[in-house]
Design a protein around this ligand. Structure first.
Ligand code: NAD
Length: 458
């Protein structure tokens, strides 16, 4: 399962040979570690306007050294480019060209983060063109960066500001090692709904203290498919971030499930999520032990790949039943239950296959695109409440699922990403944890890809 080429090419002699031969040279990614320093080097806040000034002030409060212009030769941890003032495409030249200087100064694992307004909220075609243009420009920058650096964007919707608690939560996520394998992606942020974020979370968003290590303290989370793979890692990361975890999986995986639950100090619940009473059993378990259900992570999923021409009913129906029908049924019951918190979060695992399609996966892609449809429709119903629902779409992640891909195809799939490697389960888990946190209160109905900017996945 391990990426031996990645390890090899990060040793001196093979690195030189790979460079001479023009072979891919993936970098070891900067991932979150306890006590992480968000930005050991200065952070450039480029762009004009009150929003940029206010954001620079907040970063200073986070103990980050802030620059408003590039200083020749000085290394940068990140470049944050605030482009919310753009009203026509010509306005992009100055900030983007300044960003061009900055990217040369980024340290390995550096970050480019655009902050912009939505083209959907533009006042006319010129402003929409400028805003949509930023999308294309930043995605291209993400393709160009090397050394494990990434470029992502935060799109402000409606009256959201650059210093709204959710904007700052997203900024912190993108700056941090938690977003290591999120690249070339945009997340839309609405102004944080009142009552949906605790005073503590709002205060820590502004000061930058306290949230880093235990953002889920006091929350109860249910993770389905937690006995192994990505689900086991999600259970571990949510517990690491302070949540009490209920690990759910089928009875046949009972032993592994118990081991995961024990290792994260959580509880195990053997439930087949396709059972009609699955949600009732989960709610009952949570109510008796913890009182309130704050976070639901729909992670359990299966593949039964076949070309459509050879597809049989059982393969099609089982994938739909596990990957989407169960979620629809359970959500209906969770949402109607008083046990589900008024600030509850639902995070559902989609897949890049559900976005781009994949040969041999028409059933799986139907289920995962279905997840995206479900998330968007449910988000509209949640609108204005303290609840949210979002999807995480992993690309190529190093798991048992992708270990089944033939070796050569697997090598190629890894190198196709902008980061020239597959992601790790922890990359997906960290993104799920972010979307589950108070800091993500204004993010609803989004699909965040964890794919290294690659649409090849599982
Ligand atoms: P995995 O097969 O390793 O683990 C899935 C878990 O779900 C297993 O423990 C399994 O027992 C459980 N499960 C299956 N059916 C269940 C049911 N009816 N009730 C309860 N539990 C059930 O898979 P993974 O690679 O860890 O993937 C996790 C999620 O991420 C899935 O939804 C998958 O579609 C998605 N995903 C994975 C990748 C990847 O590269 N691995 C890429 C895109 C999306």
């Amino acid at each position: 399962m391990a990426d031996a080429y990645l390890d090899l090419v990060n040793t001196p002699l093979p690195a030189k040979i790979a460079k001479a031969l023009g072979l891919p040279r993936p970098s070891v990614l900067r991932r979150w570690t306890p006590g992480e320093v968000l930005a050991p080097h200065p952070v450039l806040v480029a762009g004009a306007g009150a929003g940029a000034d206010a954001l620079a002030d907040v970063l200073l409060g986070w103990d980050v050294e802030v620059r408003r212009h590039v200083l020749p030769g000085e290394k940068l941890s990140a470049a944050v480019v605030v482009l919310e003032a753009a009203t026509e495409p010509a306005d992009l030249a100055a900030p983007m060209l300044e960003l061009g200087h900055a990217v040369k100064l980024l340290v390995p694992g550096g970050r480019v983060i655009g902050v912009l307004r939505s083209a959907a909220d533009a006042s006319g075609p010129a402003q929409a063109a400028a805003r949509q243009g930023i999308d294309g420009a930043l995605r291209s920058v993400a393709h160009e960066l090397r050394g494990g650096a990434t470029a992502n964007g935060i799109i402000l919707r409606g009256d959201a500001t650059t210093t709204d608690p959710t904007t700052l939560g997203a900024l912190r996520f993108f700056l941090s090692g938690r977003s290591a394998y999120v690249d070339g992606q945009f997340v839309e942020v609405a102004s944080t709904p009142s009552g949906s974020i605790t005073d503590l979370a709002a205060a820590t968003a502004a000061s930058g203290e306290g949230v880093a290590d235990q953002p889920l303290a006091g929350k109860t989370a249910v993770v389905t498919g937690a006995a192994r793979g990505i689900g086991a890692k999600i259970a571990e990361v949510l517990a690491r971030d302070g949540a009490r975890v209920v690990a759910v999986d089928v009875p046949a995986a009972g032993e592994q499930l118990a081991a995961v639950a024990n290792s994260v100090g959580g509880t195990a619940l053997q439930v087949d999520i396709t059972a009609a009473d699955a949600a009732v059993r989960i709610l009952d378990h949570v109510r008796r032990r913890f009182g309130t259900l704050d976070i639901v992570v729909h992670n359990a999923g299966i593949t039964r790949d076949k070309l459509l021409a050879n597809m049989d009913a059982s393969r099609w129906e089982s994938v739909i039943a596990v990957n989407i029908a169960s979620q629809l049924r359970m959500n209906e019951q969770f949402i109607a239950s008083p046990v589900f918190s008024e600030t509850g979060r639902i995070v559902s695992l989609a897949s890049t296959s559900g976005i781009a399609g994949n040969r041999g996966q028409s059933n799986y892609a139907a289920s995962k695109a279905g997840v995206i449809g479900m998330v968007r429709a449910q988000a509209a119903e949640f609108g204005g409440t303290g609840r949210s629902i979002n999807a995480v779409a992993p690309g190529f992640i190093e798991t048992d699922m992708t270990a089944k891909i033939p070796p050569l195809t697997r090598q190629v799939a890894r190198r196709l990403s902008s980061l020239q490697q597959g992601g790790l389960p922890v990359d997906v888990a960290d993104t799920v944890a972010f979307l589950s946190s108070d800091a993500a209160a204004g993010i609803n109905g989004q699909v965040l890809r964890v794919c290294g900017q690659n649409l090849v996945g599982a």
